[in-house]
Design a protein around this ligand. Structure first.
Ligand SMILES: Cc1cc2nc3c(=O)[nH]c(=O)nc-3n(C[C@H](O)[C@H](O)[C@H](O)COP(=O)(O)OP(=O)(O)OC[C@H]3O[C@@H](n4cnc5c(N)ncnc54)[C@H](O)[C@@H]3O)c2cc1C
Length: 430
Protein backbone atom coordinates (compact mmCIF):
# COMPACT_ATOMS: atom_id res chain seq x y z
CA UNK A 1 0.00 0.00 0.00
CA UNK A 2 1.35 3.47 -0.82
CA UNK A 3 1.89 6.12 1.82
CA UNK A 4 -1.22 8.32 2.35
CA UNK A 5 -1.14 12.09 1.86
CA UNK A 6 -1.65 13.74 5.27
CA UNK A 7 -1.38 17.49 5.81
CA UNK A 8 0.29 19.19 8.79
CA UNK A 9 -3.01 19.82 10.58
CA UNK A 10 -4.13 16.20 9.92
CA UNK A 11 -7.56 17.30 8.71
CA UNK A 12 -6.84 16.30 5.06
CA UNK A 13 -5.97 12.78 3.91
CA UNK A 14 -5.92 11.16 0.52
CA UNK A 15 -4.70 7.87 -0.90
CA UNK A 16 -2.36 8.60 -3.82
CA UNK A 17 -1.90 5.77 -6.30
CA UNK A 18 1.80 6.64 -6.38
CA UNK A 19 4.33 9.18 -5.11
CA UNK A 20 7.01 10.74 -7.31
CA UNK A 21 10.05 12.82 -6.38
CA UNK A 22 11.67 14.11 -9.58
CA UNK A 23 15.18 15.47 -9.13
CA UNK A 24 15.33 17.87 -12.08
CA UNK A 25 13.12 19.68 -14.57
CA UNK A 26 13.58 17.00 -17.26
CA UNK A 27 12.27 14.36 -14.81
CA UNK A 28 9.27 16.59 -14.07
CA UNK A 29 8.56 16.95 -17.80
CA UNK A 30 8.78 13.18 -18.33
CA UNK A 31 6.48 12.53 -15.37
CA UNK A 32 3.85 14.97 -16.67
CA UNK A 33 4.01 13.50 -20.19
CA UNK A 34 3.63 9.97 -18.86
CA UNK A 35 0.72 10.95 -16.58
CA UNK A 36 -1.02 12.83 -19.40
CA UNK A 37 -0.57 9.93 -21.83
CA UNK A 38 -2.50 7.55 -19.54
CA UNK A 39 -5.17 10.15 -18.75
CA UNK A 40 -3.96 10.51 -15.14
CA UNK A 41 -3.76 13.42 -12.71
CA UNK A 42 -0.93 14.75 -10.63
CA UNK A 43 -0.69 17.21 -7.79
CA UNK A 44 2.50 18.65 -6.34
CA UNK A 45 2.63 19.18 -2.60
CA UNK A 46 4.88 21.73 -0.99
CA UNK A 47 5.26 21.26 2.76
CA UNK A 48 1.60 20.16 3.17
CA UNK A 49 0.84 23.15 5.41
CA UNK A 50 -2.53 24.01 3.86
CA UNK A 51 -5.72 23.24 5.75
CA UNK A 52 -7.70 23.05 2.51
CA UNK A 53 -7.34 19.85 0.42
CA UNK A 54 -5.64 21.93 -2.30
CA UNK A 55 -2.44 19.85 -2.43
CA UNK A 56 -3.92 16.37 -2.05
CA UNK A 57 -3.89 13.91 -4.95
CA UNK A 58 -5.57 10.54 -5.30
CA UNK A 59 -3.52 9.69 -8.39
CA UNK A 60 0.14 10.84 -8.51
CA UNK A 61 1.40 12.89 -5.57
CA UNK A 62 4.59 14.77 -6.40
CA UNK A 63 7.15 16.04 -3.89
CA UNK A 64 9.74 18.57 -5.03
CA UNK A 65 12.37 17.88 -2.37
CA UNK A 66 14.78 17.21 -5.25
CA UNK A 67 14.18 20.73 -6.59
CA UNK A 68 14.63 22.74 -3.42
CA UNK A 69 17.82 24.74 -3.88
CA UNK A 70 18.64 28.43 -4.08
CA UNK A 71 19.67 29.04 -7.70
CA UNK A 72 21.17 32.54 -7.49
CA UNK A 73 21.15 35.74 -5.47
CA UNK A 74 21.68 39.08 -7.21
CA UNK A 75 22.65 41.55 -4.48
CA UNK A 76 22.74 44.63 -6.76
CA UNK A 77 19.35 43.98 -8.32
CA UNK A 78 17.96 42.70 -5.01
CA UNK A 79 16.52 39.54 -6.50
CA UNK A 80 16.71 35.88 -5.59
CA UNK A 81 15.95 32.86 -7.79
CA UNK A 82 15.02 29.59 -6.10
CA UNK A 83 13.69 26.21 -7.17
CA UNK A 84 9.99 25.58 -6.60
CA UNK A 85 10.54 23.23 -3.66
CA UNK A 86 12.86 25.60 -1.78
CA UNK A 87 11.50 26.32 1.71
CA UNK A 88 11.10 29.85 3.00
CA UNK A 89 13.56 28.94 5.75
CA UNK A 90 16.29 28.03 3.24
CA UNK A 91 15.44 31.15 1.22
CA UNK A 92 15.72 33.40 4.30
CA UNK A 93 19.04 31.86 5.31
CA UNK A 94 20.48 32.46 1.83
CA UNK A 95 19.22 36.05 1.77
CA UNK A 96 20.70 36.68 5.23
CA UNK A 97 24.12 35.50 4.05
CA UNK A 98 23.97 38.14 1.27
CA UNK A 99 22.70 41.02 3.44
CA UNK A 100 19.19 40.76 1.97
CA UNK A 101 15.77 39.92 3.40
CA UNK A 102 12.16 39.30 2.39
CA UNK A 103 10.21 42.56 2.81
CA UNK A 104 7.32 40.58 4.27
CA UNK A 105 6.74 37.07 5.65
CA UNK A 106 3.90 35.11 7.22
CA UNK A 107 4.13 33.45 10.62
CA UNK A 108 6.20 30.40 9.69
CA UNK A 109 8.91 29.44 7.19
CA UNK A 110 8.19 25.72 6.75
CA UNK A 111 6.38 26.26 3.42
CA UNK A 112 7.94 25.66 0.00
CA UNK A 113 8.02 28.86 -2.05
CA UNK A 114 5.79 27.47 -4.83
CA UNK A 115 3.36 26.20 -2.19
CA UNK A 116 3.30 29.50 -0.28
CA UNK A 117 2.57 31.69 -3.31
CA UNK A 118 0.02 29.17 -4.69
CA UNK A 119 -2.49 30.08 -1.95
CA UNK A 120 -1.69 33.78 -1.47
CA UNK A 121 0.29 33.34 1.75
CA UNK A 122 0.71 36.74 3.38
CA UNK A 123 2.09 38.65 6.35
CA UNK A 124 0.55 41.85 7.66
CA UNK A 125 1.09 45.24 6.07
CA UNK A 126 -0.80 47.72 3.94
CA UNK A 127 2.51 48.74 2.36
CA UNK A 128 3.45 45.24 1.17
CA UNK A 129 1.43 42.68 -0.78
CA UNK A 130 1.40 38.94 -0.20
CA UNK A 131 4.45 36.78 -1.01
CA UNK A 132 3.20 36.14 -4.55
CA UNK A 133 3.30 39.89 -5.23
CA UNK A 134 7.12 39.70 -4.93
CA UNK A 135 7.39 37.33 -7.92
CA UNK A 136 9.21 38.85 -10.90
CA UNK A 137 9.23 35.69 -13.01
CA UNK A 138 8.82 31.93 -12.84
CA UNK A 139 9.32 28.69 -14.78
CA UNK A 140 6.88 25.84 -14.89
CA UNK A 141 6.34 22.52 -16.60
CA UNK A 142 2.90 22.75 -18.20
CA UNK A 143 0.28 20.07 -18.76
CA UNK A 144 1.92 18.97 -22.03
CA UNK A 145 5.21 18.43 -20.22
CA UNK A 146 6.78 21.53 -21.77
CA UNK A 147 8.86 24.13 -19.93
CA UNK A 148 7.24 27.59 -19.91
CA UNK A 149 9.06 30.75 -18.80
CA UNK A 150 6.90 33.60 -17.56
CA UNK A 151 8.99 36.78 -17.28
CA UNK A 152 8.30 40.17 -15.69
CA UNK A 153 6.58 41.61 -18.80
CA UNK A 154 4.59 38.49 -19.68
CA UNK A 155 0.85 39.31 -19.50
CA UNK A 156 0.33 35.87 -17.89
CA UNK A 157 2.42 36.77 -14.82
CA UNK A 158 -0.48 38.30 -12.81
CA UNK A 159 -2.38 35.07 -13.50
CA UNK A 160 0.51 32.79 -12.54
CA UNK A 161 1.40 34.37 -9.18
CA UNK A 162 -1.38 32.89 -7.02
CA UNK A 163 -1.52 29.72 -9.10
CA UNK A 164 -3.50 27.23 -6.95
CA UNK A 165 -1.24 24.48 -8.32
CA UNK A 166 -3.51 24.47 -11.39
CA UNK A 167 -1.14 25.77 -14.08
CA UNK A 168 1.79 23.38 -13.96
CA UNK A 169 4.67 22.24 -11.81
CA UNK A 170 6.51 25.40 -10.73
CA UNK A 171 10.20 24.61 -10.96
CA UNK A 172 11.74 28.06 -10.41
CA UNK A 173 10.68 31.42 -8.96
CA UNK A 174 12.43 34.83 -8.97
CA UNK A 175 11.49 37.27 -6.22
CA UNK A 176 12.29 40.92 -5.54
CA UNK A 177 13.70 41.41 -2.02
CA UNK A 178 15.02 44.15 0.32
CA UNK A 179 18.33 44.98 1.97
CA UNK A 180 18.51 43.22 5.36
CA UNK A 181 16.75 45.10 8.15
CA UNK A 182 15.92 44.76 11.81
CA UNK A 183 12.49 45.21 13.40
CA UNK A 184 11.46 46.66 16.72
CA UNK A 185 8.22 45.06 17.88
CA UNK A 186 5.80 46.82 20.23
CA UNK A 187 2.87 44.98 21.80
CA UNK A 188 -0.01 46.89 23.42
CA UNK A 189 -3.33 45.77 24.92
CA UNK A 190 -6.50 47.51 23.74
CA UNK A 191 -10.19 47.04 24.46
CA UNK A 192 -11.45 45.33 21.29
CA UNK A 193 -13.88 48.16 20.42
CA UNK A 194 -11.17 50.82 20.74
CA UNK A 195 -8.80 48.80 18.57
CA UNK A 196 -11.57 48.33 15.98
CA UNK A 197 -12.06 52.12 15.85
CA UNK A 198 -8.31 52.72 15.52
CA UNK A 199 -7.51 50.01 12.94
CA UNK A 200 -7.48 52.28 9.89
CA UNK A 201 -5.06 54.69 11.58
CA UNK A 202 -2.91 51.89 12.97
CA UNK A 203 -2.61 50.26 9.55
CA UNK A 204 -1.83 53.56 7.84
CA UNK A 205 0.83 54.69 10.32
CA UNK A 206 2.74 51.43 10.86
CA UNK A 207 4.54 49.51 8.14
CA UNK A 208 3.53 46.25 9.83
CA UNK A 209 0.66 45.72 12.27
CA UNK A 210 -1.38 42.71 13.39
CA UNK A 211 -4.08 42.07 15.98
CA UNK A 212 -4.61 38.96 18.09
CA UNK A 213 -7.79 38.21 20.02
CA UNK A 214 -8.47 35.33 22.38
CA UNK A 215 -12.23 34.68 22.22
CA UNK A 216 -14.28 35.56 24.23
CA UNK A 217 -11.99 38.10 26.02
CA UNK A 218 -12.62 41.85 26.01
CA UNK A 219 -9.15 43.00 24.98
CA UNK A 220 -6.92 42.42 21.96
CA UNK A 221 -3.15 42.50 21.58
CA UNK A 222 -1.99 44.94 18.89
CA UNK A 223 1.53 44.30 17.60
CA UNK A 224 3.33 46.88 15.48
CA UNK A 225 6.80 46.70 13.95
CA UNK A 226 9.20 49.51 13.08
CA UNK A 227 12.29 49.07 10.91
CA UNK A 228 15.75 49.68 12.31
CA UNK A 229 19.09 49.49 10.53
CA UNK A 230 20.87 48.70 13.78
CA UNK A 231 22.12 45.16 14.07
CA UNK A 232 19.68 43.55 16.49
CA UNK A 233 19.29 39.95 17.59
CA UNK A 234 16.35 38.27 19.32
CA UNK A 235 16.89 37.06 22.85
CA UNK A 236 17.72 33.34 22.75
CA UNK A 237 16.22 32.76 26.19
CA UNK A 238 12.89 34.24 25.10
CA UNK A 239 12.87 32.16 21.89
CA UNK A 240 13.69 29.01 23.91
CA UNK A 241 10.81 29.73 26.33
CA UNK A 242 8.41 30.17 23.38
CA UNK A 243 9.50 26.81 21.98
CA UNK A 244 8.91 25.09 25.33
CA UNK A 245 5.56 26.85 25.83
CA UNK A 246 4.31 25.94 22.35
CA UNK A 247 5.52 22.34 22.65
CA UNK A 248 4.27 21.62 26.18
CA UNK A 249 2.35 24.28 28.14
CA UNK A 250 -0.16 25.38 25.49
CA UNK A 251 -0.89 21.88 24.15
CA UNK A 252 -1.55 20.71 27.73
CA UNK A 253 -3.92 23.62 28.43
CA UNK A 254 -5.66 23.24 25.08
CA UNK A 255 -5.88 19.48 25.56
CA UNK A 256 -7.71 20.06 28.88
CA UNK A 257 -10.23 22.22 27.00
CA UNK A 258 -10.64 19.42 24.45
CA UNK A 259 -11.58 16.94 27.21
CA UNK A 260 -13.81 19.39 29.12
CA UNK A 261 -15.03 22.00 26.59
CA UNK A 262 -16.81 24.04 29.28
CA UNK A 263 -13.32 24.98 30.51
CA UNK A 264 -12.38 26.62 27.18
CA UNK A 265 -13.48 30.21 27.95
CA UNK A 266 -11.63 30.14 31.32
CA UNK A 267 -8.49 28.74 29.66
CA UNK A 268 -8.61 31.51 27.05
CA UNK A 269 -8.96 34.15 29.80
CA UNK A 270 -5.98 32.64 31.65
CA UNK A 271 -3.80 32.66 28.52
CA UNK A 272 -4.95 36.22 27.83
CA UNK A 273 -3.79 37.34 31.29
CA UNK A 274 -0.44 35.54 31.39
CA UNK A 275 0.63 35.55 27.75
CA UNK A 276 -0.89 38.57 25.96
CA UNK A 277 1.40 41.06 27.68
CA UNK A 278 2.52 44.50 26.51
CA UNK A 279 6.22 44.90 25.77
CA UNK A 280 8.88 45.47 23.16
CA UNK A 281 11.60 43.34 21.63
CA UNK A 282 13.85 43.50 18.60
CA UNK A 283 15.57 41.23 16.12
CA UNK A 284 16.32 40.69 12.45
CA UNK A 285 13.22 40.83 10.24
CA UNK A 286 12.92 37.10 9.44
CA UNK A 287 12.99 36.10 13.13
CA UNK A 288 10.58 38.91 14.13
CA UNK A 289 7.97 38.21 11.44
CA UNK A 290 7.83 34.51 12.26
CA UNK A 291 6.72 32.51 15.28
CA UNK A 292 7.85 29.32 16.89
CA UNK A 293 5.76 26.51 15.34
CA UNK A 294 2.36 26.67 17.07
CA UNK A 295 0.47 23.65 18.46
CA UNK A 296 -1.49 21.73 15.82
CA UNK A 297 -4.77 23.52 15.14
CA UNK A 298 -7.43 24.27 12.50
CA UNK A 299 -7.86 27.54 10.60
CA UNK A 300 -10.28 29.33 8.36
CA UNK A 301 -9.64 32.83 7.05
CA UNK A 302 -11.43 35.47 5.00
CA UNK A 303 -10.15 38.53 3.16
CA UNK A 304 -12.41 41.56 3.74
CA UNK A 305 -12.07 44.97 2.14
CA UNK A 306 -9.61 46.78 4.45
CA UNK A 307 -12.10 49.63 4.76
CA UNK A 308 -14.29 47.23 6.79
CA UNK A 309 -11.53 45.97 9.11
CA UNK A 310 -12.97 47.41 12.34
CA UNK A 311 -16.53 46.33 11.56
CA UNK A 312 -15.36 42.84 10.58
CA UNK A 313 -13.46 42.40 13.85
CA UNK A 314 -16.50 43.51 15.87
CA UNK A 315 -18.79 41.28 13.79
CA UNK A 316 -16.56 38.28 14.50
CA UNK A 317 -16.60 39.04 18.24
CA UNK A 318 -20.38 39.48 18.21
CA UNK A 319 -20.83 36.23 16.27
CA UNK A 320 -18.75 34.29 18.80
CA UNK A 321 -20.58 35.77 21.76
CA UNK A 322 -24.09 35.48 20.31
CA UNK A 323 -23.67 31.90 19.08
CA UNK A 324 -21.81 30.75 22.19
CA UNK A 325 -19.22 28.87 20.12
CA UNK A 326 -16.13 28.06 22.15
CA UNK A 327 -12.90 28.81 20.27
CA UNK A 328 -9.75 27.47 21.88
CA UNK A 329 -7.07 29.39 20.00
CA UNK A 330 -6.42 32.97 18.97
CA UNK A 331 -8.16 34.83 16.18
CA UNK A 332 -5.95 37.05 14.07
CA UNK A 333 -6.45 40.17 11.97
CA UNK A 334 -3.82 41.12 9.40
CA UNK A 335 -3.60 43.51 6.45
CA UNK A 336 -2.47 42.91 2.87
CA UNK A 337 -1.86 45.57 0.25
CA UNK A 338 -4.12 45.28 -2.80
CA UNK A 339 -2.53 43.68 -5.86
CA UNK A 340 -3.11 42.67 -9.48
CA UNK A 341 -2.78 38.88 -9.15
CA UNK A 342 -5.94 37.40 -10.63
CA UNK A 343 -6.64 34.82 -7.92
CA UNK A 344 -5.17 36.77 -5.01
CA UNK A 345 -7.58 37.38 -2.12
CA UNK A 346 -6.15 40.93 -2.22
CA UNK A 347 -6.94 41.40 -5.93
CA UNK A 348 -7.90 45.01 -6.64
CA UNK A 349 -8.34 46.10 -3.03
CA UNK A 350 -6.39 46.54 0.18
CA UNK A 351 -7.58 43.75 2.42
CA UNK A 352 -7.96 42.86 6.03
CA UNK A 353 -7.50 39.11 6.45
CA UNK A 354 -9.37 37.83 9.46
CA UNK A 355 -8.53 34.33 10.64
CA UNK A 356 -10.54 32.15 13.04
CA UNK A 357 -8.41 29.42 14.59
CA UNK A 358 -9.16 26.56 17.02
CA UNK A 359 -7.57 23.34 18.29
CA UNK A 360 -9.87 20.75 19.91
CA UNK A 361 -13.15 22.59 20.39
CA UNK A 362 -16.21 20.53 19.43
CA UNK A 363 -17.70 23.79 18.12
CA UNK A 364 -15.19 24.15 15.21
CA UNK A 365 -17.58 23.10 12.39
CA UNK A 366 -20.37 25.39 13.66
CA UNK A 367 -18.00 28.33 14.29
CA UNK A 368 -16.25 28.08 10.90
CA UNK A 369 -19.58 27.74 9.05
CA UNK A 370 -21.03 30.78 10.85
CA UNK A 371 -17.89 32.81 10.09
CA UNK A 372 -18.06 31.88 6.41
CA UNK A 373 -21.72 32.93 6.38
CA UNK A 374 -20.75 36.26 7.94
CA UNK A 375 -18.13 36.72 5.23
CA UNK A 376 -20.75 36.21 2.50
CA UNK A 377 -22.53 39.38 3.64
CA UNK A 378 -19.25 41.30 3.17
CA UNK A 379 -18.03 39.83 -0.14
CA UNK A 380 -15.12 38.33 1.75
CA UNK A 381 -12.79 36.06 -0.22
CA UNK A 382 -11.48 32.76 1.18
CA UNK A 383 -7.80 32.12 1.88
CA UNK A 384 -7.04 29.26 -0.53
CA UNK A 385 -4.83 27.47 1.98
CA UNK A 386 -7.36 27.43 4.83
CA UNK A 387 -10.59 25.49 5.42
CA UNK A 388 -13.60 26.67 3.45
CA UNK A 389 -16.29 25.50 1.07
CA UNK A 390 -17.37 27.31 -2.04
CA UNK A 391 -18.74 26.98 -5.56
CA UNK A 392 -17.36 28.17 -8.93
CA UNK A 393 -20.28 30.65 -9.10
CA UNK A 394 -19.28 32.20 -5.77
CA UNK A 395 -15.67 32.41 -6.90
CA UNK A 396 -16.73 34.15 -10.13
CA UNK A 397 -18.61 36.74 -8.11
CA UNK A 398 -15.67 37.36 -5.77
CA UNK A 399 -12.75 37.23 -8.22
CA UNK A 400 -13.25 39.50 -11.27
CA UNK A 401 -10.44 37.72 -13.18
CA UNK A 402 -11.54 34.14 -12.37
CA UNK A 403 -12.61 33.55 -16.01
CA UNK A 404 -9.17 34.70 -17.21
CA UNK A 405 -7.51 32.32 -14.76
CA UNK A 406 -9.70 29.47 -15.99
CA UNK A 407 -8.70 30.29 -19.58
CA UNK A 408 -5.00 30.40 -18.61
CA UNK A 409 -5.33 27.03 -16.86
CA UNK A 410 -7.09 25.57 -19.93
CA UNK A 411 -4.33 26.90 -22.16
CA UNK A 412 -1.45 25.57 -20.04
CA UNK A 413 -3.18 22.37 -18.97
CA UNK A 414 -5.70 21.40 -21.68
CA UNK A 415 -6.12 17.83 -20.38
CA UNK A 416 -6.57 18.84 -16.76
CA UNK A 417 -3.57 16.91 -15.55
CA UNK A 418 -3.19 19.28 -12.57
CA UNK A 419 -6.75 19.00 -11.28
CA UNK A 420 -8.07 17.48 -8.07
CA UNK A 421 -11.61 17.62 -6.62
CA UNK A 422 -10.75 20.77 -4.67
CA UNK A 423 -9.55 22.69 -7.75
CA UNK A 424 -12.64 21.45 -9.61
CA UNK A 425 -14.77 22.94 -6.81
CA UNK A 426 -13.18 26.33 -7.51
CA UNK A 427 -12.72 26.32 -11.27
CA UNK A 428 -15.54 23.97 -12.20
CA UNK A 429 -15.49 20.30 -13.21
CA UNK A 430 -15.58 19.32 -16.93
C1 LIG B 1 1.33 26.76 11.26
C2 LIG B 1 0.94 27.45 9.99
C3 LIG B 1 1.11 28.81 9.87
C4 LIG B 1 0.71 29.47 8.70
N1 LIG B 1 0.89 30.82 8.62
C5 LIG B 1 0.42 31.49 7.54
C6 LIG B 1 0.56 32.91 7.45
O1 LIG B 1 1.15 33.55 8.31
N2 LIG B 1 -0.01 33.52 6.39
C7 LIG B 1 -0.69 32.84 5.42
O2 LIG B 1 -1.20 33.48 4.50
N3 LIG B 1 -0.78 31.50 5.45
C8 LIG B 1 -0.24 30.81 6.49
N4 LIG B 1 -0.33 29.45 6.52
C9 LIG B 1 -0.90 28.75 5.36
C10 LIG B 1 0.21 28.33 4.40
O3 LIG B 1 1.14 29.37 4.20
C11 LIG B 1 -0.38 28.01 3.03
O4 LIG B 1 -1.39 27.07 3.14
C12 LIG B 1 0.69 27.54 2.05
O5 LIG B 1 0.11 27.43 0.78
C13 LIG B 1 1.33 26.21 2.44
O6 LIG B 1 2.50 26.00 1.67
P1 LIG B 1 3.07 24.54 1.45
O7 LIG B 1 4.45 24.64 0.91
O8 LIG B 1 2.85 23.71 2.64
O9 LIG B 1 2.15 24.06 0.24
P2 LIG B 1 1.00 22.90 0.19
O10 LIG B 1 0.03 23.18 1.24
O11 LIG B 1 1.67 21.58 0.19
O12 LIG B 1 0.42 23.20 -1.23
C14 LIG B 1 -0.27 24.39 -1.49
C15 LIG B 1 -0.55 24.51 -2.99
O13 LIG B 1 0.67 24.69 -3.69
C16 LIG B 1 0.76 23.76 -4.75
N5 LIG B 1 2.17 23.53 -5.00
C17 LIG B 1 3.17 23.37 -4.11
N6 LIG B 1 4.34 23.28 -4.73
C18 LIG B 1 4.08 23.40 -6.06
C19 LIG B 1 4.88 23.40 -7.23
N7 LIG B 1 6.21 23.31 -7.17
N8 LIG B 1 4.29 23.53 -8.42
C20 LIG B 1 2.93 23.66 -8.51
N9 LIG B 1 2.13 23.66 -7.44
C21 LIG B 1 2.71 23.54 -6.23
C22 LIG B 1 -0.02 22.56 -4.27
O14 LIG B 1 -0.44 21.74 -5.35
C23 LIG B 1 -1.19 23.27 -3.61
O15 LIG B 1 -2.08 23.68 -4.61
C24 LIG B 1 0.12 28.74 7.63
C25 LIG B 1 0.00 27.36 7.73
C26 LIG B 1 0.40 26.71 8.91
C27 LIG B 1 0.22 25.22 9.02
Amino acid sequence: MTRPFVNWARNVRSAPRAWAAPSNEADVAALVQETRARGGRLRVCGSRHSWSPIAASDDVQVELTGLSDVVSVDVDRQTVTVQGGCTLRTLNEALGRHGLAMPILGSITEQAIAGAVATGTHGSSLRHGNLASLIQGLRLVDGRGEVVEIGPDDPRLPGARVHLGALGVITQVTLGVDRAFGLIETRTRWPLDEAADALATLAATHEYVKVWWLPPCDDVLVTTYRRTNELVARSRVEAAWERVANATVFPALLGAGGVIPTLIPSIMRLVDRVHFLPGTRAGQSAEMFTLVMPPRHQETELAFDAAHAGEALRAMRDLVRASGVRLDFLSELRFVKGDESWMSPAYGRDTCQLGMYATHSPDIPRAFAAFRELGRAWDARPHWGKSFETTPEEIDALYPRAADFRALAADLDPDRVFRNPFVDSILGAP
